[in-house]
Design a protein around this ligand. Sequence first.
Ligand code: FE2
Length: 465
Amino acid sequence: METGEIIQIFADSGFQIDPVALDMLKSGGSTELINNIIRSVDDSVLVVGAEQLRALTLKKQIEKNNDCCVTVLSDITKKSTCIGEYNDFVQYFNDRYSMLSDLLRKRISSRPIESLRKRNMDAKEELSIIGMVIDKRTTVNGHKMIEVEDTTGSTRVLVHKERDKELLDLASSILLDEVIGVTGTLSGDGNLMFVNKITRPDIPNSQSSKLDVNRSGKAVFISDLHVGSKTFLEASWLKFMDWLGKDINYLVIAGDVVDGIGIFPGQEKELAILDIYEQYEKAAQYLNAIPAHIKIIVSPGNHDAVRQAEPQPCFPDKITRMFRKDITFVGNPALIDIGGARVLIYHGRSMDDIIASTPGFSYSDPSKPMSEMLKFRHLSPTYGGRVSIAPEKKDHFVIDLIPDILHCGHVHTVGVARYRDVLTINSGTWQSQTEFQKRMNLEPMPGRATVVNLSNMEYKIVPFN
Ligand SMILES: [Fe+2]
C-alpha cells in the first residue's frame, strides 16, 4: 500500500502511525487489516505503533489454533543469548530503554538529555525528557533528587519538598533502573530540572472493553507448593486435589514447585525429602493424579532446579519427563494464552526489592507491588537487588503486550485485585510458616486457590486449610 493512503486512513480515525508500524503495513497491509487495527486500538493511544500490530497478529494466531487450549506467546526457554559480558549489559539496558521510551513517547513529546545544555533555552519553557533512573536520594533540605540517563547523556531532576503529595509520593516510589518521563523547567545553566510531572509507561485505562472479547473456561491459580519441605501442607493439598472438578479447565502454577536444596543456609533441617529429584518425583505424583481434562501450566521459581538468574528457562528434560506428557512447562516469566485470556506468569522475586524500597508497602498486601509492575511496564526494574538479572539481548521483563491476568507467587500471601483492566493474582502457598518467616515476622496465607471465570474475569479465593 502507498504511504499516503495508510496515513490517511489512520488520520480519518484520529490516529497517527509511527514509522516502524508504517513500514510493516507498507509491505503487508490492506484496508481490511488497517480497519481491524483501528477497531482494536483503545482511545488513549495517539500514535499507533508496532505494539498494536503485534497484539493483533498474535490474536489472529490464537484464533487459528483454537483447537489447542494453551498457547505460549513468549518465553525465554531455548532462546537465552546471554554470556554475561559487559556488552551484553549495555545491549540489555538499551533494549529496555528503547521499548519503554517508545511507550512513553506516545504520551509525551520529549527531547534528548544532551540538548538541555546545548541550547540557550528560555528557563520558563516546560519541556520533557525520558530517562532511566540511575540515582535517587533525598537532599539535606528534604527535596527529592533523581538522576536520569538516556542514550545521549544524564541529568539531575529535583522534586521540591513543597510540591503536592501525589507528586512527592510518586517520586518516593520511583525505583532504580525504571524508565520514566519527566516534565519540568530548567535551571539557568541547564544542569538541573525542576519537576512538575513524572510519567510512567503504565497501562491504558481500558483495553479489553474495545477488543472483541472471546474468552471461556475456568482457571485455577496457585504457586509455592514447596513439596519436599517438612512444612508442606499435604492435608490441605489433598483436599484441593479432591476439589478440582469437571468445571475446571486450567491449573496455572507460578513457581516453587519444590523446596529445593541448598537454597538458604540450614535448609536441610527443614526438609522432609533431601534429594532434589525425589522432591520432583513426589510433585509429579501429585500433579499426575489431577483429573486428565485439566490443562496444567508450570513455571519455575527461585526454589526450583533451574538457573537462579532471571529470566529462568523451564525445567530440564530430566525433571519434566517425570510428569505427565500434556503439562505445559514454561520459563519465568512467560506469557501464555488460555481460553482466549492472556496470562503473564512471573514468580515474583522482584517483589522483595519493590516492597523494600517503597514506603507503605508490605508482604501482607502483594497487590500493591504487582500493580507497580504494570505501571513500570516491567516485572523487575532494579539491577543489583534481590533478583539476579541475566543480561539477555531482549529484556524479557518488559510488559510489552498487556495481559488480562498477572499471576505471581513468591511472597506466600494471597492478594487478588484489579489494576485498570488487569486482574492481579498473588496465589499464596501450600507451606506453613517456616523458621525463617518466624524470625522475620512474616505470616503466610497457606492453602488457598484462586479460581477465575475467564469469560467475565470474576474470581473466588477458595480455602483448603
Ligand atoms: Fe516460595
